[in-house]
Write a protein that binds this ligand. Structure first.
Ligand SMILES: Cc1cc2nc3c(=O)[nH]c(=O)nc-3n(C[C@H](O)[C@H](O)[C@H](O)COP(=O)(O)O)c2cc1C
Length: 363
């Protein structure tokens, strides 16, 4: 059996986000994830690392899954305590070599399999600012808690594309699903311009995907900001007409909180919950929790203003300057572009400290 397999191979020239170095980290107990990884390595040139539990020969499924469920319960009870995570064999990864990381993991008791959680608990901070995508294999359970585990353990990760979910119903179709998913991540390009979304006195930035719709939106916003009225719908979204029509590229999409999509070509939808429908994906609000989203969008109707923020140094200097005027960002504490205090920054993240702009360059 393969132990830790580390393929240092020449990189394919691929367009889009995954043109750069890609690391695939996986854990597999009964070989389902391993089969997915084997298939994936036929399509993407990646360096592969396998996570192995320190204790060999454990039968997680014995006694009605007693060992597996005890491991997951320990993490659920104390997710911030290193002692809650089962030991894994050491892995030595130079994360600075990678822009993209694919995590492939089984689901255990609705959560991410415990050994993969151990790996991310130990290394998640090193993955800040990287493009992260997830492959999850389960028998039948839905994977939203696994996605939440990944986001908890890689708080500064730039999660791209929807996680690929392989289960017993679609497993025989895995090669086709995997190929389509890889096609999507290869084209998950992000625009350099950030979308600035303002409600009342609060502004959040969003990362835009790169497609014909966002290109048209950026062109329109370069002319002037767009202000529109939005309403709640379905207890999961704020939707409103942009007053003009943009090109669409609709596809069946399951949204997450923070996602921004175009509906019917002329309506912008910002999600604070989830929904599955045919939308054109526009982007996602950066680093925002569901509670912050709900506070930001408020109850009932609201007025939203969209503009562009290039996140260039000069654009940033303006933000730093206006925040300094409000007394925000002075002293040793760090603040993000919206003037919210941040405890730690991922590589490449821009922050304000003592009224000056900084970019985190190294760990
Ligand atoms: C300890 C343990 C708990 C599991 N819990 C669930 C579960 O709650 N729901 C589910 O659909 N599958 C569950 N499974 C099944 C695995 O998610 C599924 O078989 C997966 O494909 C295994 O991937 P692997 O073969 O790479 O280990 C569990 C498996 C184990 C070992």
């Amino acid at each position: 059996m393969r132990k830790i397999l580390f393929l240092l191979s020449g990189l394919l020239m691929i367009s889009g986000v995954f043109a750069q170095n890609t690391l695939l980290v996986y854990y597999s107990y009964t070989n389902n994830v391993r089969s997915i990884v084997n298939e994936l390595s036929n399509h993407l040139d990646v360096d592969i690392v396998e996570i192995l539990p320190a204790e060999e020969g454990l039968r997680y499924e014995a006694d009605n899954y007693a060992i597996g469920s005890a491991l997951i319960s320990a993490i659920r009870d104390n997710p911030d305590d290193a002692e809650s995570y089962p030991a894994i064999k050491p892995v030595d990864i130079d994360f600075s070599r990678y822009d993209n990381i694919i995590i492939a993991t089984p689901l255990w008791w609705s959560n991410m399999a415990a050994p993969m959680q151990s790996f991310l608990f130990q290394n998640g901070d090193e993955m800040g600012g990287k493009n992260i995508s997830l492959i999850v294999s389960s028998a039948s359970s839905g994977i939203s808690s696994v996605v939440a585990d990944a986001k908890r353990l890689i708080p500064e990760g730039n999660f791209i594309e929807e996680a690929l979910w392989i289960n017993n119903n679609n497993r025989s179709n895995m090669p086709t699903l995997l190929e389509a998913w890889i096609r999507n991540i290869k084209s998950s390009k992000h625009m350099t311009e950030k979308l600035s979304i303002t409600v009342g006195n609060t502004t959040y930035l969003a990362t835009l995907v790169d497609n014909r719709s966002t290109q048209a939106l950026v062109a329109a916003l370069k002319e002037s900001p767009i202000t529109y009225k939005a309403q709640d719908y379905g207890n999961f979204e704020k939707v409103g007409s942009l007053g003009r029509t943009f090109p669409t590229n609709n596809e069946e999409t399951t949204t997450e909180p923070g996602d921004i999509v175009l509906y019917n070509g002329n309506q912008m939808v910002i999600f604070y919950g989830t929904n599955s429908w045919s939308y054109t994906r526009l982007g996602k609000i950066d680093n925002i929790t569901v509670d912050q989203l709900k506070n930001f969008l408020g109850d009932g109707d609201c007025t939203i203003t969209l503009s562009l923020s290039s996140q260039s140094v000069s654009g940033f200097a303006d933000t730093a300057f206006s925040l300094k005027g409000k007394g925000v960002g002075l002293g040793t504490n760090k603040y993000d572009l919206q003037g919210r205090e941040v405890e730690s920054c991922g590589t490449g993240q821009i922050y304000i400290q003592n009224g000056e702009k900084w970019m985190k360059t190294d760990k």
